[in-house]
Design a protein around this ligand. Structure first.
Ligand SMILES: Nc1ncnc2c1ncn2[C@@H]1O[C@H](COP(=O)(O)OP(=O)(O)OP(=O)(O)O)[C@@H](O)[C@H]1O
Ligand SMILES: [Mg+2]
Length: 1049
């Protein structure tokens, strides 16, 4: 919830929310204020920290979850008065300050105590921790209410749901404020109600709930009938209560029992006991006269007894006997007497009451088993039966009112007396406020020597005849002088004529009014006698729960001592309760009922006024107004508020009191608002406290902001420092990197500059050398490299050394074309030379001749190619060896260079005649082939020329020099197969022989020959191959000799 605006109970106030602020303060204005607020549905009003609660008798929309949220963690005086504010305050001081709390809810019957206690519990359950386990505990605690209310509440004339027992519940919390469990203490159930109810009232709710809500099946099992009228113990006139749905409530109760942790068979046993009580009420007795004149009782109709015994597993005869006899054991004796009808009824009712009240106590124990835990922090909620005044008040009312008296006492103790005493103790200036202290009434009732309860016990324990009258007598004697005791028969003459005071009654002036008690029944009820026969009969039952409820029936544990009386027990338990409450921080809710009619919107002034008076509310306001709303020891006060002053914050190094004085002086609080006691400071007004709290809250907020600020600053600074550190590292690395980069750049630039400079220097120095030669050098080097490469390439691709091998590697460089060709040529020459160097002289001569032949004829005569392959033999006729030519050989004194057979063409007809042709160094000799006779010998110098044709014929003409000796015979026309050889040798010999000019070789297809006297033209023509391949020669006329040479293919 946002707290940007500060609320207060003063906002939109109807009347005043806190009676302390009432002006003027009088009873009338007090009541008027209550009325005004009540009319505006403001049912809660404060007196300081005490909450006055008016019963609205209708549901108001102020108990919603939203309201719970609104009041949660809010300052007590911050919002309009509410029971939630008190619950929140109690819960928070329990949780935060570890102070055990108790919530004391007082008020008369029907004022709304039970409702208030439930509201407190539900508020605490809503605001405390959540979680599976915690929720289970909460549920169990809350659900214990419907169970206990069903068995312990009843409709009375004052209240439709009146608590007929006292209940104090300790809710236990862990250190976090989560509920762990609880313990319930119950105080004296009004058990007389089980057997008898005053007019207009009902028995306990559970009977009606069972009969209306249980299924037919269940009822059958319990041997019950739905009809209320069948049961004597159920009063009929108010069996049905408006606005109370018994059937629905039965389901709620069963469900609650399940949640609290009752097992199914336990629930069944409980219902069986409830049914048994109803059955018990229906058992009736009739008198039967015995021979000794006494009356003995007999059971009228045994059917009910039978059914009840079946329900509880009791042997019928055992119970029947227990209703007829009473055994009294005294030391060693056992005396059995018969019961008369009245005694039998008494026994029956006693059994019913005991059965029921023990069942109720068992229920509480059983619930405690489910919710009990070890003690931690405790918040106690006390919801006890309220002060009540009936027409007919008996022992129960006496007990109830005594209890309320005690509660008033504790209220007075803690709020009025204690407060005033504290002022005195602390040395605070104080004018005493008068108030009525009911200690005197408490003393009248509970004094151990002469208190009413003590005297009642005395009477009950006294031997001899004891009746209610003897008890009253005793009271009359002993209490006669007591201001608050009134009785007709007391020695106090005041009441002798008081007719409103019957003889068999006594009256007590309680703090809340006078109550008339009828003495009848006091002794019995206090004795709470259950005949041992009955308890023994119960113990024998075959029913585990019944057995548990009557442990004294165990024959093995017979105890002859009288059990403590009801009054004694109650006084003891109230005493324990009071001690318990005094150890806790009390929170008061004072309930007031606005009318007697259980109606909404009705505000009966007199009734309210009465309650205001006896509750001592006026005194409460006066003390509160005169006194101080708040006090606190100096140390915790200083500790709590020291941040409000600079001098005390953060440490005060002196006595706490001085610290508080300094602190308060520093604050804008009027001096009359507080006083300094010996050990405590007293603050007059809640407003002042509220102001302090508010300032403290603001200061805490500021401190939190400061802490937050410093923390944030620290966090940011550390973060910043970290960033800075990182930045330095990053920057360092980056700078290093950048510098490195820059350095490298400079370095490389320097190197460049340096190299340029050096280059420049060197170049300047070496320019003279460098410039002139470098190009050439490079060029030479390159060329060298190329050449090297070229030659190495050539070396690996050289053709073979055979002179006829025509291959030659391709030239890789154009510019080496010349070289390449030259090399090829050289290589060729070289390999030719190499080839030639292998030749012998003869072979060499042969080749020389061949070479000469080539020079003469190559491409000039068609016959030449065919001669190339023919070796030049020279001496075909082996002239020197052949004897046939001996003569001839000898005739020729020169060495014969060539000897062959040739055809000498006849000049006349062109026919050929075979002749031996010899060539020597000096001459050419023609001789007859057969005889070897020399026909003609021509010295070489006489030869002018030799003529041959261009064609493939073997004709040749030897032309003689004119005028020479040989010329007489005329030129010779010859034909040979070895023409080429003959001509070549002739040419060679002719050249060397006569040192003359070389012999002309005339190659043409037409030449003139001198035949004796005539000049004849020899003409070569291409002839058709008429006569095979042979060449034919014909004398055409005197001047023409025609040689026809066949064409060669
Ligand atoms: N705050 C409330 N809002 C609405 N109705 C209420 C409130 N308080 C009490 N009542 C009504 O008043 C009736 C009686 O209240 P409650 O049972 O709490 O009285 P009591 O003080 O416990 O009486 P007793 O002493 O007899 O037990 C309730 O049944 C309910 O109808
Ligand atoms: Mg109640």
């Amino acid at each position: 919830m946002p707290r940007d605006w500060i609320t207060s109970l003063l906002d939109n106030m109807i009347g005043v929310g806190d009676m302390v602020l009432l002006e003027p303060l009088s009873e009338d204005s007090f009541i008027e204020n209550l009325r005004k607020r009540f009319d505006h549905n403001e049912i809660y009003t404060y007196i300081g920290s005490v909450v006055i609660s008016m019963n609205p008798y209708r549901s108001l929309p102020i108990f919603t979850p939203e309201k719970v949220e609104e009041y949660r963690n809010r300052n007590f005086y911050e919002l309009s008065p509410h029971i939630y504010a008190l619950a929140d305050e109690a819960y928070r001081s329990l949780r935060d300050q570890d102070k055990d709390q108790c919530i004391l809810i007082t008020g008369e019957s029907g004022a709304g105590k039970t409702e208030a206690s439930k509201l407190v519990m539900s508020y605490v359950a809503a605001v405390c921790g959540k979680g599976q386990e915690v929720n289970k505990v909460k549920e169990q605690l809350l659900q214990s209410n419907p169970v206990l209310e069903a068995f312990g509440n009843a409709k009375t004339v004052r209240n439709d749901n009146s608590s007929r027992f006292g209940k104090y519940m300790d809710i236990e919390f862990d250190f976090k404020g989560d509920p762990l469990g609880g313990v319930i203490s119950n105080y004296l159930l009004e058990k007389s109600r089980v057997v008898k109810q005053p007019r207009g009232e009902r028995n306990f709710h559970v009977f009606y709930q069972l009969l209306s809500g249980a299924s037919d099946d269940t009822l059958k099992k319990l041997k019950l009938d739905r009809d209320f009228s069948k049961y004597n113990y159920l009063s009929l006139d108010s069996a049905v209560v408006n606005g109370l749905d018994d059937a629905a409530n039965f389901r709620t109760v069963r469900n609650a029992m399940q949640i609290v942790g009752f097992m199914e068979d336990e629930v069944q046993s409980v219902l069986e006991l409830v049914a048994a009580v109803l059955k018990l009420g229906d058992i009736e007795f009739k008198p039967e006269s015995r021979c000794n004149g006494t009356d003995e009782s007999r059971i009228k109709d045994k059917n009910d007894l039978k059914e009840m015994c079946e329900l509880l597993g009791i042997e019928q005869s055992v119970l029947e006997r227990a209703f007829s006899y009473r055994t009294v054991e005294a030391r060693l004796e056992k005396v059995s007497t018969t019961l008369n009808v009245a005694q039998a009824y008494y026994a029956r009712d006693a059994l019913a009451k005991n059965l029921y009240s023990r069942l109720f106590s068992w229920l509480v124990t059983r619930i405690n088993e489910s919710i009990k835990v070890t003690r931690h922090k405790v918040m106690g909620v006390l919801d006890i039966y309220g002060f009540e005044i009936f027409e007919d008040n008996s022992f129960e009312q006496f007990i109830i009112n005594y209890c309320n008296e005690k509660l008033q006492q504790i209220f007075i103790e803690l709020t009025l007396r204690e407060e005033q005493e504290e002022y005195v103790r602390e040395g605070i200036e104080w004018t005493n406020i008068e108030y009525f202290n009911n200690a005197i009434i408490c003393d009248l009732i509970e004094n151990h020597q002469n208190g009413i309860l003590a005297m009642l016990d005395e009477e009950c324990l006294r031997p001899g005849t004891v009746t209610d009258e003897t008890f009253l007598d005793k009271l009359n004697t002993i209490c006669a002088e007591h201001q608050h005791f009134e009785s007709r028969l007391s020695k106090n003459s005041k009441f002798l004529t008081d007719h409103s005071l019957p003889h068999n009654c006594f009256r007590i002036q309680h703090y809340a009014g006078k109550v008339l008690y009828r003495a009848e029944g006091f002794v019995d009820k206090n004795n709470d006698l259950l005949y041992r026969d009955l308890s023994q009969a119960m113990y024998k039952a075959n029913h585990s729960l019944i057995k548990q409820l009557f442990p004294e029936g165990n024959p093995a544990k017979v105890n002859l001592k009288r059990p403590p009386t009801a009054g004694f027990q109650f006084r003891a338990s109230v005493g324990t309760l009071m001690k318990n409450l005094q150890t806790k921080n009390p929170n008061y809710i004072r309930c007031i009922k606005p009318n007697d009619k259980k109606a909404s919107h009705i505000f009966t002034d007199s009734l309210v006024c009465h309650q205001v008076r006896y509750l001592g509310l006026m005194e409460n306001v006066r003390v509160r107004r005169a006194g101080y709303a708040f006090r606190q020891a100096y140390e915790p006060c200083l500790e709590r508020y020291k941040m409000l002053c600079k001098r005390t914050w953060p440490h005060w190094r002196g006595p706490a009191r001085e610290g508080v004085e300094v602190l308060m002086a520093d604050l804008p609080v009027p001096a009359e608002e507080f006083s300094y006691g010996r050990s405590k400071i007293f603050i007059r007004n809640p407003r002042t406290l509220f102001f302090l709290e508010e300032r403290r809250r603001q200061c805490l907020q500021d401190l939190a902001t400061l802490i937050q600020k410093i923390y944030r600053g620290w966090k940011c600074r550390s973060h910043f420092l970290l960033l800075k550190k990182s930045q330095i590292v990053v920057a360092a690395w980056y700078r290093r990197y950048a510098q490195e980069k820059k350095y490298q750049k400079i370095k490389s630039a320097t190197t460049v500059v340096q190299s340029y400079t050096r280059g420049w220097q060197v170049r300047r120095e070496y320019r003279k050398f460098f410039r002139a030669n470098a190009g050439k050098k490079i060029y030479d080097f390159t060329i060298q490299r190329i050449m090297q490469k070229y030659f190495l390439g050539l070396k690996s691709t050289m053709p073979s050394v055979s002179p006829i091998d025509k291959s030659w590697p391709a030239n890789p460089y154009r510019f080496l074309d010349g070289v390449h060709t030259e090399l090829r040529r050289i290589f060729h020459l070289w390999r030719c030379k190499k080839y030639r160097s292998q030749f012998t002289e003869e072979k060499k001569a042969v080749y020389e001749e061949k070479l000469e032949a080539s020079e003469i004829f190559k491409d000039k005569k068609a016959l030449y190619p065919s001669s190339v392959s023919q070796p030049f033999k020279g001496d075909y006729l082996e002239i020197s060896k052949n004897p046939k030519y001996q003569k001839l050989h000898s005739a020729v004194d020169e060495k014969v260079l060539l000897a062959d057979v040739v055809n000498k063409i006849n000049r006349a007809n062109g026919k050929g005649t075979a002749r031996i042709f010899l060539l020597t160094k000096k001459s050419v000799v023609l001789a007859d082939q057969k005889t070897g006779q020399v026909k003609a010998s021509v010295p070489l110098p006489d030869l002018a020329s030799v003529s041959v044709s261009t064609q493939s014929d073997g004709f040749f003409a030897l032309r003689l020099k004119e005028g020479s000796a040989s010329a007489v015979k005329g030129d010779f026309l010859l034909s040979s197969d070895h023409l080429i050889e003959i001509i070549t040798k002739l040419h060679r010999t002719g050249a060397t022989a006569a040192d003359s000019e070389q012999l002309d070789i005339d190659i043409s297809d037409e030449f003139l020959l001198q035949f004796k006297h005539d000049k004849v033209c020899v003409k070569f023509i291409q002839g058709a191959p008429k006569n095979g391949n042979s060449v034919s020669c014909k004398r055409k006329n005197n001047r023409l000799l025609e040689v026809s040479v066949p064409t060669t293919a």
